[in-house]
Design a protein around this ligand. Sequence first.
Ligand code: HEM
Length: 277
Amino acid sequence: MFWRSSGISEQSPTLAQATSYLKGIVTEVIREKRAAKEKGVTSGRRDLLDQMMDKDFDDTELFEEVVGFFLAGHETTSNTLMYTVLELCRNPDVHAKLQREISTILPHKESPLTLDNLKDFKYLEQVIKEAQRLHTVVGVVGRNAAKDMKIMGYDIEAGTNINIPIKHIHLDERYWPEPQKFDPERFAEGRAAPVPGSYLPFSDGPHNCIGSKLAFIEAKVVLIQLLRQFDVELIPGQTFKYKNGVTTTLENGVRVKLGLKNKGCDDNFGVQSVVEE
Ligand code: HEM
């Protein structure tokens, strides 16, 4: 069902080849770890795979978990970064304000970025949150009703598949005035929290994202290190088109120029629009 909904046939030879390639790599890592463990060799650091191997997972279950983490964690975070950079390029005032926050918290080239001071980057958090709202990376999540229920007056029978259209909720003007406007102030301290259920970049409930904190750490570190050194600017002449797959990405990505901070890359920031598929 997953592959079909992504427009890929389960019989596709390319899919079979890709799966077998991935399986080969992951199985080899698991095999090496098991062999090292049997010999009592440890690297000193216990990663997630070490911890899962202490549990009762067989190799197939371990493979599925590892691939799940890899797929769930990689493309989602990289797309979030891409959209944030796009909006920084299109909103020079936000770009400048963010660089001011970075140089206040990290005034010197050598000022260390630590897990502790990472939480002081409040404006950066607002910027990422707003990029996640305007460009929803996981546009729809599905659930299957475990029992008969009533939701907002609708009778839902047990066994019904329900799609939750996160992307549309994020652009619904009942919850987000001027929904197409990129405005990190929506998430500023002191502003009313979003209406429950109206902001779901990491979904909600027992199956929500377990990597949201890690994703935020990754995104913050990358953006801080980028913007403390460089100005980012769009290469002119690009048009942007969403491409829906497991995650929503941009067909041709975003091409940017980097210039040394405050020296600029060019004299004008290109403002371009995202075109729906
Ligand atoms: C900005 C980055 C990310 C976004 C937007 C994102 C989004 C999501 C969403 C919407 C779901 C929920 C699916 C549902 O409700 O059915 C989900 C689930 C999940 N995510 Fe993430 N995710 C991100 C990063 C990560 C990272 C870094 C990891 C781990 C390294 C991760 C691991 C997972 C896993 C394992 C699940 C499945 C949870 C379950 O089914 O119980 N995600 N993610």
